[in-house]
Write a protein of this length. Sequence first.
Length: 101
Amino acid sequence: MRDEAGFTLIELLVVLAVLALVAGLLLPRAGGDDGAAAMAALRARLVAARETAMRRARVVTVTVGEGEVRFYPDGAARGGPLAAGGRILTVDPLLGRVMVR
């Protein structure tokens, strides 16, 4: 029997591995990559507006800041580009596809 105080190398490595795992799970959420989240939210909003225009057979307008995009019942779009999260979203005028630049 050993009466030495302290931790073994294995115990220290296990604790460090658990801390790294917890930090890896929590830090990206707390890190605040709001730019990517804002861009993803705007892209989803534009895609939903296009689908609504086609489904309801009416023009749907999305306004962000000073930019504006209109989606038409045939799937076409006019307007843009829109800025979100430091990136630019454009809409293909013929197909209405939302693209990130």
